[in-house]
Write a protein that binds this ligand. Structure first.
Ligand code: GLC
Length: 454
């Protein structure tokens, strides 16, 4: 058996073991439910194994859709022994939540359109049309919900209400805002009495991964408190917007949404539907407003806090995500590539770190504050290709495959020495690595080394 076959076999085994028949859990133990963007990434991998299983993965997401169009970031498996997660969210408090399922009350990056199209690419034309017709109503209503509820400034940039909505849970721009604008009295007491060390003992995630690889306890408590506030307002956006500490137009989320809108337009065209006029206008406004996230001084894009109307000038992996959006100019794309190949920023031995090396937040082992993740690599590889930077896309793709081959299908990896961290047998790492292998061009099968990379 060749080495390549054995890696593929390992990836297939991870996906098979995490398969719950209609959906795939991200990893046993730490993540026993269904997550929105995880299922999309997983489906992109599954399409190489079984198209119909990949389709089932996405259809199972739709069962959690709220009546207002929101796709929740988690659908809980009620049969699982660990049910505390769903009682934290209590989705039934909202009139829009489904009756027969428990879900979370927030969303996650809108990857659904991408996953639908990736599956569509493997189908014949008539099959693709049927597939798109099946998925179009749910996708359309999700994108409409994002504009209806999450664009309070009416400029096309959509807001997020909790760091979990970005999928980059513990990312510096959000931590920065948390530290600056969110200090409930109890947090001050816990901090000053060092009670957080005690609380760490009852955390579930740190039973599955070392505390140094997860978010700090105080941060986890504050995240919990933000959920509690959203829940108290029954996830009603009007009540939430009246007074909210977190109202951020997140750079990564909006980059993904721009790309998703392009896919939505293509899907509608393929099945001969006209997108509603107001939606077409909204999509145009998103593209026009995106440039307002650019900071000429530091030559970077940032997220914006709507409460202060200021850019949050903390770089992270989100800084590179406009490449995936496909909506920036070639000149801007080149500026982002410059930081991708800069050894002081993102050009590590095992790219791409989730925070640049020169950030004060950089920590090679901690969750979203340094480690490399295969999903963000996949998104940036895809963006690089569409801007014609195939050479860099090939390098990152090859290095991602090698990393998983050496370290295993882990949740994330130390970008300096390649050591694995977080959950083992992690589904999107398996699915997307499989996709990178299957979509690799023949001439890049050998290792390509970047001159600049360490
Ligand atoms: C972590 C990640 C999030 C992912 C979830 C399930 O919370 O930050 O992006 O969806 O795990 O894998």
């Amino acid at each position: 058996m060749t080495e390549k076959q054995s890696l593929e076999d390992q990836l297939l085994t991870v996906l098979k073991n995490n398969d719950q028949k209609s959906f795939t859990i991200p990893a046993e133990g730490l993540y026993p439910h269904q997550w929105l963007w995880d299922s999309c990434f997983i489906a992109i991998g599954l399409r190489h194994i079984s198209i119909s299983r990949a389709q089932t993965e996405l259809k199972s997401l739709i069962r959690g859709q709220w009546s207002n169009g929101m796709l929740p970031h988690m659908i809980f498996d009620s049969s699982h022994w660990y049910n505390k997660d769903s009682s934290l969210w209590r989705s039934h408090l909202s009139l829009h939540a489904p009756d027969n399922l428990n879900t979370s009350g927030i969303t996650q990056p809108p990857m659904l359109a991408e996953a639908i199209v990736q599956i569509g690419a493997k189908l014949s034309k008539p099959e693709r049309r049927t597939w798109y017709q099946q998925m179009y109503p749910a996708l359309l209503s999700y994108h409409r919900w994002l504009y209806n509820e999450r664009d309070p400034s009416n400029d096309g940039l959509v807001i997020q209400l909790h760091p979990y909505e970005t999928g980059l849970d513990s990312t510096p721009p959000w931590i920065d805002q948390l530290n600056k604008h969110y200090k409930p009295w109890w947090a001050v007491v816990i901090k000053s009495t060092k009670l957080d060390n005690l609380i760490n003992i009852i955390r579930r995630d740190t039973r599955h991964a070392p505390p140094g690889e997860r978010m700090e306890t105080m941060q986890a408590l504050l995240y919990f408190d933000v959920i509690r506030k959203l829940r108290n307002k029954r996830y009603d956006i009007h009540k939430i917007l009246r007074k909210s500490d977190f109202v951020i137009a997140d750079l990564s989320f909006n980059s993904i949404f721009l790309r998703a809108n392009q896919h939505l337009i293509d899907i509608a065209k393929t099945i001969g539907r006209d997108l509603p006029k107001e939606l077409v206008a909204k999509i145009k406004s998103s593209q026009d407003s995106f440039e307002s996230l650019w900071d000429a001084y530091s030559s970077q894009y940032y997220s914006r806090n709507l409460a202060t109307n200021k850019l949050i000038k903390e770089p992270s992996i989100a800084s590179l995500m406009p490449l995936y959006s496909g909506c920036i100019t070639k000149e801007r794309a080149k500026q982002l590539v410059d930081s991708l190949i800069d050894e002081k920023k993102f050009a590590t031995k095992h790219p791409i770190p989730s925070v640049p090396l020169n950030s004060k937040y950089f920590d090679p082992d901690r969750y979203w504050q340094g480690p490399a993740w295969i999903n963000t690599n996949w998104l940036i590889i895809d963006g690089l290709r569409r801007y014609g930077f195939d050479q860099y896309a090939d390098i990152i793709s090859q290095k991602s495959i090698e990393l998983v081959e050496q370290a295993g299908s882990y949740e994330y990896f130390n970008p300096l020495d390649g050591s694995p961290a977080g959950a083992r047998n992690f589904s999107w790492t398996a699915g997307l690595t499989l996709d990178l292998i299957k979509t690799k061009k023949p001439n890049t099968r050998k290792t390509v080394r970047s001159k600049k990379a360490k």
